[in-house]
Design a binder for this molecule. Structure first.
Ligand SMILES: O=C(O)CCC(=O)C(=O)O
Ligand SMILES: [Fe+2]
Length: 307
């Protein structure tokens, strides 16, 4: 389960992360799951990392439901259950509206049972100490080779109506170090300058600013005497974190053509005011233009935008 720091390669933008800057995420044991322990852990680390939170078969059903849709647009080879990237796409030929297609994939029945279902709702409600609800707008991410997500924190996206928001990142496939897992900058939830810089900034309003931190994670971590924490993730592993924790993902550069499938979803207490961009049947998302604004709405063989 441990990362093998000498053989496994963490890359961002083609540059190797020096092994001495890498660290392993602390695992939270689900047996200890109660409000006090969860709260204490997230306060200290800035995240809760749980392995194998869901029923294995339910994760498989959700994964295959998504893969089947990608097979339908010829982006995945048969047998689609294996999730092998084809390098081709007929998405735009079959669907005239990318947003509509991606919305329908994001609303898969089995996928929603994981992202907005009882198990996740319970652990997040236990963290907040009050009944909570998952956002309807979902960030499902099938990723082919060569891609990564730049460092950022989530506050500028999701805290317009309440600061009480948590992100949950869920792994549906193996996301080993060479497949671009999520990483977090150790203790960055306590970096006051970062908090001040991003807290008043709303990416949906101030379009001239970027939420992404363009500095290379190695430089960023080194300057702050910090580490880049990650893990090899497996289907059903999750990472829950707060709005000020700096995170990103490594480059998916593995030689095999297995797609990396993850999904991130936000939760807030039910009692807090809701941001209408993220709730309802036709959520507009961060910019208001709906599911079509997501990188995932692009065919798998197309480049990404950076926000
Ligand atoms: O999976 C990724 O590449 C990025 C995920 C992310 O930024 C998030 O979960 O907030
Ligand atoms: Fe994020």
């Amino acid at each position: 389960m441990k990362i093998n720091f000498t053989h496994d390669l963490a890359l961002v933008n083609g540059l190797k992360i020096p092994p001495k800057l890498l660290g392993q995420l602390n695992e939270f044991k689900i047996e200890k799951s109660n409000h006090f322990n969860l709260k204490q852990s997230i306060k200290k680390d800035g995240y809760i990392f749980v392995r194998n939170l869901f029923d294995k078969n339910k994760i498989k059903l959700a994964r295959e439901e998504v893969f089947m849709r990608l097979k339908e647009v010829d982006e995945i080879e048969d047998p689609y259950q294996d999730g092998i990237y084809s390098g081709r796409s007929s998405r735009d030929k079959i669907y005239t509206n990318r947003g509509e297609f991606w919305k329908s994939v994001s609303n898969g029945k089995y996928l929603r049972e994981i992202t907005n279902g009882k198990v996740l709702k319970k652990i997040i409600s236990d963290i907040f100490g009050e009944p909570s609800i998952g956002f309807d707008f979902l960030f499902l991410r099938p990723v082919a080779n060569g891609k990564f997500t730049q460092m950022h924190c989530d506050t500028s996206f999701f805290t317009r109506t309440t600061k009480k928001v948590l992100t949950c990142w869920i792994s549906f496939t193996n996301v080993t170090i060479d497949k671009g897992p999520l990483f977090v900058i150790e203790n960055s939830h306590k970096f006051n300058d970062i908090k001040e810089k991003f807290d008043g900034f709303d990416v949906g309003i101030d379009k001239n600013r970027k939420a992404s931190i363009e500095e290379h994670p190695s430089e960023f971590a080194k300057k702050r005497n910090s580490k880049i924490l990650t893990s090899n993730f497996y289907p059903g592993d999750i990472l829950i974190f707060g709005m000020n924790l700096i995170h990103g993902s490594f480059e998916h550069h593995s030689k095999d053509k297995n797609i990396r499938l993850t999904c991130d979803v936000r939760y807030q207490p039910i009692a807090e005011p809701k941001d209408s961009r993220y709730f309802g049947k036709n959520p507009g998302g961060t910019t208001g233009s709906g599911y079509g604004e997501l990188n995932s709405a692009r065919p798998l063989n197309e480049n990404w935008h950076i926000r």
